[in-house]
Design a protein around this ligand. Structure first.
Ligand SMILES: [Fe+2]
Ligand SMILES: [Fe+2]
Length: 289
């Protein structure tokens, strides 16, 4: 997890009696042979307390449409970032950087697959979207941040530090959401994303040291921050978005776009300042307000 933002207090896994074959051991830990019960009920929104939706067929049509739309955007960003990272697989400056680059690409491919598996559950419509997603080329993606090539190594650092971090906020907003298959996909994706943004921060940190021990310079790191931070803030979407309100009412997302963006700014400001670098003002070079 990246920040200290609270999760709904009742969402943590609870030890429970085992269901099924074995004897019931309500108070046992996993090590002692106990079990973890997944959260079955919707935790917020107008259906709070009702059982989560577990299949695409049982979703209300409006919610089904919203999930398809959000998964298409999610998968699109995953596949796009593979295209952005690809030229650096064998150009990253150090051995370790090269290894982490290839890991990031593999992770993003898995995230794309995961989002598409959810789309597959929506039958022909889902499959049509998958076919379209797989055919997309660089420059054809939905969000601007994913249509910009990584011209320099500092782009890789700033992108993973800022843009992947927004991705983490989006995924965290789905954590324990009302659609069971989506909620259960989150923990692994989140742990993988954590590596990406930590790596981005470490690239910027090494550059900002400016002591000749690493590629780039403090100036280059600062320029990359000015380039990617506005695109990262745009990714949260419009402040007055009705869709984001609807997603909360459906128990699908936890925060409005503006709430998530404000938390993000609060998180990244001290991080960037700790490097002796600066963020531009939140309204600098913005396209989505
Ligand atoms: Fe990802
Ligand atoms: Fe990522």
């Amino acid at each position: 997890m990246t920040t200290s933002s609270p999760a709904p207090s009742s969402s943590g896994p609870k030890p429970t009696p085992s269901t099924g074959t074995g004897p019931s051991h309500p108070s046992k830990s996993i090590a002692e042979g106990g079990t973890i019960e997944p959260v079955r009920e919707i935790l917020w929104g107008s259906q709070a307390g009702v059982r989560k939706y577990e299949t695409a067929e049982e979703l209300p049509p409006d919610l089904a449409k919203l999930i398809v739309r959000l998964m298409v955007v999610q998968a699109d960003t995953e596949f796009a970032s593979i295209q952005q990272h690809r030229p650096w697989l064998d150009r990253a400056p150090t051995l370790e950087d090269r290894w982490i680059e290839s890991r990031i690409v593999a992770d993003e491919a898995r995230h794309g697959l995961q989002a598409c598996r959810i789309l597959r559950d929506f039958g022909e419509e889902g499959q049509r979207w998958i076919d379209e997603l797989l055919a997309k080329k660089e420059g054809e993606h939905k969000l601007d941040a994913f249509n910009m090539p990584f011209d320099r190594w500092s782009d890789v650092g700033a992108f993973t530090c800022f843009v992947d971090r927004v991705g983490v906020y989006q995924l965290r907003a789905f954590q324990e959401c009302s659609y069971g298959p989506l909620a259960r996909a989150m923990p692994l994706m989140l742990s993988e994303e954590q590596l990406h943004l930590n790596f981005g921060f470490s690239v910027l940190k090494r550059m900002a040291r400016n002591d000749g021990s690493y590629i780039g310079s403090k100036e280059e790191a600062q320029a990359a921050i000015r380039k990617w931070y506005p695109r990262a803030l745009d990714m949260f979407g419009h402040s007055q978005s009705e869709t984001s309100q609807k997603a909360i009412a459906y128990g699908l997302k936890r925060w409005t776009n503006e709430e998530a963006r404000a938390r993000y700014i609060q998180e990244v400001t001290p991080l960037v300042n700790s490097l002796g670098l600066e963020l531009p003002p939140p309204d600098f070079d913005r396209r989505v307000l």
